[in-house]
Design a protein around this ligand. Structure first.
Ligand code: ZN
Length: 226
């Protein structure tokens, strides 16, 4: 096992803790994967193992056809979907899948989440789109994810009658998108129950998204006196 894969096993195992900490999963549903940079491999959750028992050692390594390469357990039943995304979207380094309640309620209704919040404009750049219905097994879910997210600002898709898939430049970014997606979905649901949410101007959504993606956060600062 290379050092890189050992580190990714630890990272992916630890990130699964964020799914439980943020109440995004029930029982063993939900999974995180990470692409192994420079290799046609990914690290992903094993199938059906309790969240309490997920460690670096229980993670599995698959190739980008979803075939097990290294590990003591069968890979997640969603492995084919993750693998399809990595094959089709070279810029993606992490994929997350959950059935988080509020976001999945929108998926059950077959509705995109319209952008009525600055936080949604920041992270998603507009609506969180609805994807097609697809049965598990084979490439149909992966195809639906890629068809919806390719060229879209949103790193999250609500797969109809199913749940959430998110992508990111690495696994941590994909987990963050899954957490933010559920937060936005909950607030959008509450707003809808209160009344009619107020639309935002597209120019404001664009401006917020640009600022958040390019300016917000911690950046290296030139040393004093330079
Ligand atoms: Zn699922």
């Amino acid at each position: 096992m290379t050092r890189r894969i050992r580190e990714l096993r630890e990272t992916v195992a630890r990130l699964h803790g964020e799914l439980t900490r943020n109440n995004l999963v029930a029982w063993t549903s939900g999974n995180v994967s990470a692409r192994v940079p420079g290799q046609d491999l990914m690290v992903i959750k094993p199938s059906g193992v309790s969240y309490d028992d997920l460690t670096a050692a229980t993670m599995v390594v698959c190739d980008l056809d979803g075939v097990l390469v290294e590990g003591d357990f069968a890979p997640s039943s969603d492995t084919a979907a993750h693998a399809y995304v990595y094959r089709a979207m070279p810029e993606v380094g992490g994929v997350v899948h959950t059935h988080s309640s509020y976001a999945t309620a929108w998926a059950a209704c077959g509705e995109s989440i319209p952008c009525h919040l600055t936080a949604q404009a920041d992270e998603f750049g507009g609506e969180i789109p609805i994807g097609p219905f697809a049965l598990i097994g084979g490439d149909d879910i992966g195809k639906g994810i890629v068809a919806t997210l390719a060229g879209h600002r949103s790193p999250a898709v609500l797969m109809r009658n199913h749940g959430v898939f998110t992508i990111g430049r690495n696994a941590r970014a994909a987990v963050k998108a899954a957490v933010m997606c559920e937060d936005v979905a909950r607030t959008a649901y509450l707003a809808r129950t209160l009344g009619q949410p107020v639309p935002m101007a597209q120019a404001d959504i664009d401006s917020l998204h640009d600022r958040y993606q390019n300016v917000y956060g911690q950046h290296p600062v030139a040393p004093a006196g330079s």
